[in-house]
Ligand binder design. Structure first.
Ligand SMILES: [Zn+2]
Length: 179
């Protein structure tokens, strides 16, 4: 693998790493603050098992801030893990994580879907069916955004904000429906 920081060097690392095919992906749709947030999230994610890791693992429900970076002993952080986490966090914000070569994009990203599914809320299910990309997986079953956000499904903090936002729930795949 070519080992320097020249931006013209080949993407000749292993395909699932940023040094290879995966690293060719253009960053799209993010602001500079988003990227800076990913940098902070990546630090928390590379801190290993513990309060920072746990708090950062919940996506937009993360209650850590930039200030919390000062509470981490950088001597305990692997620079490589931090760097890998950074690009994973950017992929998550772009909605393409894990961006593995040859894998299909998540259903949420597709323009067309071939199946309709119903929400796990029975009264909702009796009214409407949704394209795959309009539902997310929650506790093993599809749920629509309205039921998730207005209903009594996800855990909430003391300000009644969902700990895991709708946008961070996993997409529903056809494989999920066969399970
Ligand atoms: Zn519903």
């Amino acid at each position: 693998m070519t080992n320097n920081l020249n931006s013209k060097r080949p993407y000749d690392g292993q395909s699932h790493t940023d040094a290879g095919e995966r690293g060719k992906t253009l960053v799209e749709g993010l602001t500079m603050r988003d990227v800076a947030d990913c940098f902070a999230r990546a630090l928390f994610q590379s801190s290993g098992e513990g309060p920072f890791y746990d708090a950062s693992a919940v996506g937009d429900g993360c209650r850590l801030s930039n200030q919390d970076m000062h509470r981490i002993d950088l001597n305990t952080i692997s620079p490589g893990a931090w760097q890998n986490s950074l690009t994973c966090e950017i992929e998550k914000m772009m909605g393409i994580f894990p961006n593995l070569p040859g894998s299909k994009p998540p259903a949420r990203q597709k323009g067309t879907v071939g199946a309709l599914v119903v929400c796990q809320n029975d009264s909702c299910a009796s009214e409407i069916s949704y394209p795959l990309d309009q539902v997310s997986m929650f506790e093993g079953a599809p749920i629509c955004q309205q039921c998730y956000e207005d209903g009594d499904y996800g855990a909430r903090d003391d300000k009644d904000n969902l700990l895991v936002h709708w946008g961070d729930l996993p997409a529903v795949s056809l494989e999920d429906l066969r399970a």
